[in-house]
Design a protein around this ligand. Structure first.
Ligand SMILES: *Cc1c(COP(=O)(O)O)cnc(C)c1O
Length: 349
């Protein structure tokens, strides 16, 4: 007997990077942060009031929204929090794109966008990245919606704030969804400041990458109050309490520790620079990175992937037309990246 619904049978689930259970792996395949989260996280979790867990958490995550709002200088009514940015994005697809056509996204981008498009009946159109993998705002005019990861994944390339504003000016009818999962590692500016001027801009962010909290599952959106109440509306038709009490407390402690964030980001950027230099000296083409990962090119990418795996180093490869010659490599610690470069050097040697 096949008990699947027609819809469940039709959909194509997202395939995440491997999470190996054994020890000894160097994990450079899911863009996790190699450093632990802020010590404030352990502090607040250590003195958590476990007896309070008998109660439901605050469905609005008001304290966390307030902490996010004060870091960005926006109102608490401009922030929405949920159980990962994947969940925020899925809710945004339902709130703003469901049933619509001509919602435009780059042909090479985060693999979850087409999955949600199928799941929530969005007629998505894929605009080709230019030859050097940059986004041309010309391809995104007068749409019913735009979804862009900035910096883009897996290419690691970012677009300027001026280009984001161009997208907003040429798309007055649709919501422009900027997925800023990697923005803390970028040289370009975040679009958060533009949410005060453009009522159709929603910026989505996560604690998973720059705040080293992938295991906690917390994401948020910043935008006009009307967009935020749209997200609340679909949330309350799905799960009124998306964030548990401990996650709300821990995430709030993490985002307030801006000094720690700054320090770990600068370490990762330093390692990114030295890794790119080492790979270039081995004659690899590496795209200019604004993220905590790099996208490197070699015609033997699948074989190099296997060589790394045999040496217990995991990276990511997609067997897709424009990017089959590329590997996406997360930036680990300085030691991990030295081991990575050494293993690359030994390839075929
Ligand atoms: C990692 C990632 C996310 C998901 O982040 P979570 O908050 O862990 O769900 C969203 N968008 C992009 C582009 C990502 O790379």
């Amino acid at each position: 007997m096949d008990f699947l619904s027609e819809k469940a049978r039709r959909l194509t689930p997202y395939v995440a990077g491997l999470q190996p259970q054994g020890a000894g792996w160097v994990k450079l395949n899911t863009n996790e942060n190699p450093y632990p989260p802020s010590p404030k996280v352990a502090e607040v979790l250590g003195c958590a009031d476990v007896a309070r867990l008998r109660l439901y958490p605050d469905g609005e995550s008001a304290d966390l929204c307030g902490a996010v709002a004060s870091v960005y200088g926006v109102g608490a009514g401009n922030v929405f929090c949920a159980n990962s940015s994947d969940e925020v994005l899925a809710l945004a697809f339902q709130a703003f794109f469901s049933g619509k056509g001509n919602v435009v996204s780059p042909d090479i981008s985060y693999g979850f966008y087409p999955v949600w498009a199928e799941m929530y009946d969005v007629g998505m159109v894929f605009a080709p990245l230019s030859k050097n993998f940059t986004i041309d705002p010309m391809h995104y005019e007068d749409t019913n919606g735009v979804v862009i990861a900035n910096p883009n994944a897996p290419t690691s390339i970012a677009i300027s704030l001026a280009d984001v504003e161009q997208l907003l000016i040429t798309n007055p009818r649709g919501v422009v969804l900027m997925d800023e999962a990697y923005m803390d590692f970028a040289q370009v500016e975040s679009a958060v400041s533009l949410t005060k001027t453009y009522e159709n801009l929603l910026v989505v962010r996560t604690f998973s990458k720059s705040h080293s909290l992938a295991g906690l599952r917390v994401g948020y959106a910043i935008g006009n109050e009307k967009l935020i109440s749209g997200l609340r509306r679909v949330r309350d038709a799905f799960n009124s309490y998306p964030l548990d009490m401990l996650a709300q407390t821990a995430a709030a402690a993490a985002i307030k520790d801006t000094a720690y964030l700054k320090e770990t980001i600068s370490r990762i950027i330093q390692t990114r620079t030295s890794t790119i230099k080492a790979l270039q000296s081995l004659n690899y083409n590496v795209l200019p990175s604004d993220a905590n990962f790099i996208f490197m090119q070699n015609e033997n990418a699948p074989a190099i992937y296997e060589h790394l795996r045999e040496n217990k180093i995991l990276v990511r490869h997609w067997n897709k037309p424009r990017i089959k010659d590329f590997l996406r490599v997360s930036i680990g610690t300085e030691e991990e990246m030295t081991a990575f470069c050494q293993t690359i050097k030994n390839y075929g040697g």
